[in-house]
Write a new protein. Structure first.
Length: 135
């Protein structure tokens, strides 16, 4: 994948990311697909790359990849579950509440089909009141 990304199928890249997580080699797997990912990558591949990056502990890059996934993903319970993980990373791990608020505001009710996303509803309202975004 690293030396010849054009000769790699997307399904092979997904399998490699999954195997990297399973073997505890998430960082190596993330680095291996770095040059393979591009604008034409499917939502599934981007999510696998985000999950592997998350498992590797690179939370900033995981946030970027989760956002990229959510741009491409159809509204679904799976997308809402991923949004919940994004909110967790932004609010609880990286403590970037302003970015979490911006993302949630821009996507309004799009990612509400899973409890992982819904549990940030009260946080969103509290933050809006604190910043006087809602009156």
């Amino acid at each position: 994948i690293q030396t010849s990304p054009e000769g790699t199928s997307e399904s092979d890249a997904i399998k490699m990311l999954q195997l990297g997580r399973k073997l505890g080699k998430s960082l190596s797997a993330t680095l291996a697909v770095k040059n393979y990912l591009n604008a034409q990558s499917s939502a599934e591949l981007i999510q696998e790359a985000a999950d592997t990056t998350y498992a590797a502990g690179d939370y900033g890059l995981a946030v970027a990849r989760y956002k990229n996934y959510l741009k491409k993903a159809k509204d679904s319970e799976q997308a809402a579950k991923v949004a919940g993980r994004l909110y967790f990373l932004l609010v609880d791990v990286l403590e970037d509440e302003a970015e979490a608020f911006r993302f949630m505001s821009a996507n309004a009710t799009r990612f509400r089909a899973h409890v992982n996303a819904k549990k940030y509803d009260q946080w969103f309202l509290d933050y809006a009141l604190k910043k006087q975004k809602v009156r």
